[in-house]
Design a protein around this ligand. Structure first.
Ligand code: JCF
Length: 672
């Protein structure tokens, strides 16, 4: 390719890339996949590397350029960057409107409404359509030159579209969308660096990097909301000016709207307040502006704020208060959550007295101590959380919190298994905090299979004090049940029969029903097959447990912790005393003709998959979910999946249903 051809191709690529940027950032309607965009960019980079003399500063390849600087030079704003007067309630908004109409001598004025972005204000200077300078707001008169950093923000065009005026200063907000913020913070934590408190701080910190390569990696975006100096004609309305900026390729918020009076503004405020939690970026209010520029000029300014604009703020989502105590809460599944008791504070529109600290690691990372002043955040309807400590305000007597070793509700040991973030109460069968969840699991179809004992009923039984742990189920009588809501005599009798029937179960179901953390159906079946009875399982030490197929050290520890709790053992004793029992299982000493074999099941059989799995495990087989070289054979039913293909590919023998059943011999009814 000669230079002329290269130049033509480079120009075409730049035009195409700029067009896709425009479609993506301004129209919010991308027309090509990211991968195709990346391909265009790579082609451009390759050509520019081959013909460096064709590189120009407004090429999309030149967003990151220049070496890190030592400081940001001051920039004087020819037209000052204004601030906005604030209103916090409807009364203040109506006062604003009354003043506006009085001074304008109008009965009603059109207002332009838009979200108020929680980012930072910047001014972009375009000369001859090219971005030549970007500056922060600073004190409104003098800001800092952040051109090199701003050039890395892909939403900001390096060259404007159409026929812009020879000089155009664009004003707007740089912000970080919530998803990008979450990603950035996850990366910060993974690198062992401090996460940012909120997207605003993250955006500000990113724009103040001395090395633009760091800014380039930050997910910053931009919305234009006005202009500074413009050499050229402008339309007579604010809304039209924003449309004009959009035409030049600048992103303008799609949520802006023109309303005919202040009631329209208030409706817009209410609507945006509802949408606030689900917007992809943080906003801290809405901005109303008198739309007609001639009226704006008549209204003028007071100090640094225009009389023609108003920021109507949402209730703050963050506030500072004091941690009076730290306690733990035990969740339905035993999860231990540290919770800060706070000096009451008004935040996010409500008075908050508690905030979650999520888990122990989070608490340590934030180093929250009793007596600390903390930033509390309540966004939308989410649970209030502690963002961080205000270190300057830590009193000398601030006390670090010690995680308790005993459950405050039931006294059982609190354990944190290796590799888990959450500590848990190990008194699952007994702990009142876990009652309802434990009962629901115990009664579920694949556990004790108590038909008719649903969540609503469990709710009533526990709330009325009729059932405290699972063994109490076996002491219920029909008369008691018939007295409950939505229970007749007939359904009460049916439930009693179902409870009675559940007493005859299998060891695997019983183990599963105990709700031991990490002991699902398959592990329960493996434990039943291995130990043959409950007593040896309850006695087994961690090493013995680890010898069971599919039981690793974490699961073994979890089982051990569970049976170590005297309360759990008491409940099990009561269950057995009530008559819960199972048919003897082939114990380890029994015939295990399939010991050492690994079997995979695929497709549908005339008997349930879990029944076949349990039967195979009883005979000593390991049942695996995926086919590999180690698979001994694959049982193939109707409509088999890719596992059958894989078996054929690896030359692994297969069994059809008849062959499988022959191998298993007679299955007892009810399976597992
Ligand atoms: O979104 C904003 N943070 C925002 C700030 C929007 C506006 O329309 C603004 C602003 C600051 C000053 N308008 C002015 C005049």
């Amino acid at each position: 390719m000669d230079q002329a051809e290269a130049k033509a191709r480079i120009d075409a690529l730049r035009r195409e890339i700029a067009e896709h940027d425009y479609r993506y950032y301004v129209l919010d309607a991308p027309s090509i996949p990211d991968a195709e965009y990346d391909r265009l960019m790579r082609e451009l980079l390759a050509l520019e590397a081959q013909f460096p003399e064709l590189v120009t500063p407004d090429s999309p390849s030149q967003r990151v350029g220049g070496a890190p600087s030592a400081a940001f030079a001051p920039v004087r704003h020819e037209v000052p960057m204004l601030s906005l007067a604030n209103a916090f309630d409807e009364g203040e908004v109506r006062d604003f409107d009354r003043r506006v109409r009085e001074l304008c001598g109008e009965a009603a004025v059109d207002y332009h409404c838009e979200p108020k972005f929680d980012g930072l204000a910047i001014s972009l200077r375009y000369e001859g359509g090219a971005l030549v300078q970007a500056a922060t707001r600073g004190d409104g008169s003098t800001g800092e030159d952040v051109t090199a950093n701003v050039r890395t923000i892909a939403a900001i065009p390096l060259r404007l579209r159409g026929e812009p005026p020879p000089l155009l200063e664009v004003r707007g907000e740089v912000y970080m969308p919530r998803d990008g913020f979450a990603r950035l913070n996850a990366e910060q934590v993974a690198r062992g660096e401090k996460p940012f408190a909120n997207p605003r701080n993250a955006a500000a910190g990113s724009l103040r990097q001395l090395d633009p390569r760091i800014t380039a990696g930050r997910p910053l975006r931009f919305y234009a909301y006005g202009h500074g100096r413009v050499d050229g004609d402008l339309p007579g309305r604010h809304s039209e000016r924003l449309a004009m900026l959009q035409g030049y390729g600048l992103p303008v918020c799609g949520l802006r709207r023109l309303v005919p009076d202040i009631d329209g503004c208030l409706r817009y405020y209410a609507e945006l307040g509802r949408r606030r939690p689900t917007l992809p970026y943080d906003i801290d209010g809405v901005v109303y502006k008198v739309d007609r520029i001639d009226l704006q000029e008549r209204l003028g300014y007071v100090s640094r704020a225009p009389r023609w604009a108003l920021a109507h703020k949402f209730p703050a989502e963050e506030a500072v208060t004091v941690v009076e105590n730290i306690e733990v809460q035990i969740g339905r599944t035993g999860a231990v959550t540290p919770v800060a008791r706070l000096k009451p504070v008004f935040v996010g529109g409500v008075t908050v007295t508690n905030a979650t600290l999520h888990n122990e690691d989070e608490l340590r990372r934030k180093d929250v101590r009793i007596g600390d002043s903390v930033v509390v955040r309540r966004a939308g309807d989410v649970i209030p959380e502690i963002v961080g400590v205000v270190p300057e305000r830590r009193p000398a007597e601030a006390r670090p919190f010690e995680m308790p070793t005993r459950c405050p509700v039931c006294g059982s040991a609190i354990v944190r298994l290796e590799g888990e973030a959450v500590a848990r109460c190990s008194g699952g069968l007994y702990c009142p905090a876990q009652r309802k969840a434990t009962l629901a699991h115990f009664a579920s179809r694949r556990a004790m299979d108590i038909d008719g004992l649903g969540d609503k009923l469990i709710e009533q039984l526990v709330d009325r004090g009729l059932v405290r742990d699972v063994s109490d189920l076996y002491r219920l009588d029909a008369a008691t049940l018939a007295g409950l809501e939505r229970m007749g005599e007939k359904s009460a009798a049916k439930l009693i029969a179902a409870i009675e029937a559940s007493k005859r179960t299998t060891l695997a179901r019983f183990i599963y029903a105990l709700g031991i953390r990490h002991v699902g159906e398959a592990t329960a079946a493996a434990l039943a097959a291995h130990f043959g009875d409950l007593e040896p399982l309850m006695q087994a030490d961690v090493d013995t447990l680890t010898a069971v197929p599919d039981v690793g050290p974490v699961v073994a520890q979890s089982i051990r912790n569970f049976f170590d709790q005297p309360h759990n053992r008491e409940v099990i004793g009561r269950l057995l005393a009530a008559g819960v029992r199972w048919s003897p299982v082939e114990a380890r000493t029994g015939a295990r003709p399939l010991a050492g074999k690994t079997i995979v099941i695929t497709g549908t059989f005339s008997r349930p998959r879990e029944e076949l799995t349990a039967a195979l495990q009883r005979l000593g087989a390991k049942v695996s979910g995926s086919v590999s070289k180690k698979t001994s054979f694959v049982a193939v039913g109707d409509n088999p999946g890719s596992k059958a293909d894989k078996a054929a590919e690896l030359g692994i023998p297969t069994l059809d249903e008849a062959a499988l059943l022959a191998l298993l011999g007679d299955l007892p009814p009810g399976g597992a």
